[in-house]
Design a protein around this ligand. Structure first.
Ligand SMILES: Cc1cc2nc3c(=O)[nH]c(=O)nc-3n(C[C@H](O)[C@H](O)[C@H](O)COP(=O)(O)O)c2cc1C
Ligand code: SF4
Ligand code: SF4
Ligand code: FES
Length: 538
């Protein structure tokens, strides 16, 4: 709803999947209707993407721009608070920054436009400096200078591996590509509990496209693909819409901004398997083949899509590019820690009061994320562990709540940064059950191409089930540890190589829980079938 006269107050309502699943469309329609009926003509009702403050589960969420007030769980029946707060905004009142504790701990770089623009409106993006970085790169910088800024920024790939982005871009730029090169955005996000990339694409699709276009200019590519999960229909719709808008306005296509640079980009739908997010499987899937990984080298940077040099980066990696080009690599490197620069988007989930998407500087402590931003544990239970990195990651126990969140610290504690899923657990979680859950995921998602992963994960799952049921012996535990080492060492791709990680980390910190299941035939958290059987008196 756009006001007829000058805007006195504006309310931004989230229209990303999280809030839409809680009926935000009906709430925003009702709000616009109520204001129209009341003859209010100086209030703007703006449909935005995710507000990105970690309150997604309490949607539909809205924020009054001028006062900074949030309104949670909006429905057609509880709009009065928001209407009264809009009426209280003084003419000429300027928008406030974030004042709340949980929001002030966050730092937005990839998400800087969250909650501020309509993701379906290119003009909104342009009004917030959108495509300025692409113009700057094309008009004022050589490809080499763009890559130098990305290298200086210290940015590392946000898709999980943390590979230095500048180094990858340099490799693709140097590779001979007489028949052309490609840029691919990996939007196949499939970790349980992860929804960072979906939210970025739904909330600010042009931002990712701009990052890809800058990358294409830097490495000498003129074609790109966004490989997006088919299970993300809103992200796909907004991406396609953004591409069409960009093409119409001459921001994508031939001779962009009157230069010799051309870039065409298209969306490809994911084939529905977690392993299709692995880069070689993804490329095969785009080519129309079955999405199974192949051995590397050759790396996609040298021989990728259709055998040509291909730059493949994650959604969040591309979302960080425009601000790096705009503000300089040194600016980005000044955020975070020396080896893990910049910010990271996390999806907070599990037993924490505020769940949703947040962006924080690298190096922030786990405690700050769980307690200051997340608001602490649901029902004030004690914090037990956090699972980072999904099925490839591990569990960090309470004794490390004050550790900094960066690539090195997480690896040292036996987990990984991963793509940013963060599942918080309290004393109601059983760590054997958690390991079993992730192993079951790997069994289902293993593509079956290599034996250690296909057979090994199934055996590991059977052993974990046996432990959970109170039927296992210490020999079974030893067999589980042996198998985990073998699967890690001999699997072909990252799925199998990292599938044992949740077993390793739960054994490292919660071995006593395994022993309780085996020796005492008890599940300390009363989650596993062994405990239920006892309760039932079987
Ligand atoms: C089984 C498996 C699944 C993966 N899924 C994703 C994914 O969904 N998104 C992603 O960006 N990277 C995923 N990766 C990592 C990619 O192979 C690749 O390293 C990454 O997209 C590179 O981008 P980056 O350098 O920007 O991180 C996956 C890797 C494996 C082994
Ligand atoms: S030997 Fe069996 S497992 Fe190996 S490739 Fe042939 S059919 Fe497949
Ligand atoms: S490790 Fe697993 S997912 Fe990867 S190629 Fe082998 S069977 Fe497929
Ligand atoms: S605030 Fe609505 S999905 Fe995040």
């Amino acid at each position: 709803m756009v006001p007829l006269g000058p805007t006195r107050a504006s309310i931004h309502v989230c229209e990303a999947s999280g809030c839409r699943s809680l009926n935000s469309e009906q709430a925003v329609d009702a709000l616009a209707e109520r204001l129209t009926e009341a003859g209010v003509t100086d209030v703007a009702v703006k449909r935005t993407g995710c507000l990105g403050v970690g309150l997604c589960a309490r949607g539909p969420l809205a924020r009054i721009d001028e006062s900074g007030e949030y309104f949670e769980e909006l429905t057609a029946d509880n709009l009065q608070g928001a209407i009264d707060a809009l009426a209280a905004v003084e003419p000429g009142q300027q928008p406030t920054g974030e004042t709340s504790e949980f929001a002030s701990r966050q730092l937005r770089v990839a998400m800087e436009n969250f909650g501020l623009l309509d993701p379906e409106d290119l003009n909104d993006y342009l009004a917030r400096g959108g495509y300025d970085a692409l113009q700057k790169a094309l008009h004022e910088m050589t490809p080499g200078q763009v890559i130098a800024e990305v290298s200086t920024s210290g940015l590392r790939g946000r898709g999980g591996g943390g590979f230095p982005t500048g180094l990858k871009w340099t490799t693709v730029a140097k590779a001979a590509g007489p028949d052309g090169k490609y840029v691919i955005c990996n939007a196949d996000e499939g970790d349980p509990g992860a929804f960072m990339d979906r939210t970025l694409l739904e909330s600010d699709p042009h931002r990712v496209i701009e990052g890809m276009a800058i990358a294409a200019y830097a490495v000498g590519a003129s074609e790109g693909y966004i490989y997006c999960r088919a299970e993300y229909p809103l992200a796909v719709k907004r991406l396609r819409h953004a591409i069409r808008q960009g093409e119409r306005e001459g921001i994508l296509g031939k001779n962009i901004f009157d230069t010799r640079f051309s870039f065409e980009v298209d969306v490809r739908l994911g084939a529905g398997a977690f392993v299709c997010g692995e880069e070689t499987a993804l490329i095969r899937s785009i080519q129309g083949g079955r999405g199974t990984p192949r051995p590397r080298p050759p790396y996609p940077a040298l021989r990728g899509l259709h055998g040509r040099p291909t730059l493949l980066n994650n959604v969040e990696t591309f979302a960080a590019i425009a601000p790096i080009v705009r503000n300089g690599g040194a600016w980005y490197a000044s955020i975070g820690t020396p080896k893990s620069t910049g910010t990271k988007v996390f999806a907070l989930a599990g037993r924490v009061k505020n769940t949703g998407i947040v962006e924080v500087p690298m190096g922030i402590t786990l405690r700050e994320v769980v307690y200051d931003i997340g608001g602490g544990i649901t029902d004030d239970h004690p914090f037990k562990a956090v699972q980072t990195g999904g099925p490839s990651g591990g569990c960090i126990p309470a004794e490390f709540l004050d550790m900094p969140l960066d690539y090195e610290s997480l690896a040292e504690k036996g987990s990984i940064m991963g793509s940013g899923g963060m599942i918080i657990m309290d004393d109601t979680a059983c760590m054997v059950d958690v390991a079993k859950f992730f192993m079951e995921f790997c069994v289902e998602e293993s593509c079956g191409k290599c034996v250690p992963c296909r057979v090994g994960t199934t055996h590991m799952h059977n052993l974990l089930a046996k432990i959970a049921e109170g039927e296992a012996t210490m020999d079974d535990l030893a067999a589980l540890e042996r198998l985990a080492g073998m699967v890690k060492a001999t699997s072909l791709c990252g799925l199998g190589q990292t599938a044992p990680n949740p077993v390793f980390s739960t054994l490292r910190y919660f071995r006593h829980e395994y022993l309780a299941h085996i020796e005492d035939r008890q599940c300390p958290a009363n989650v596993c079938p062994v405990a239920q059987r006892e309760v039932a008196g079987v």
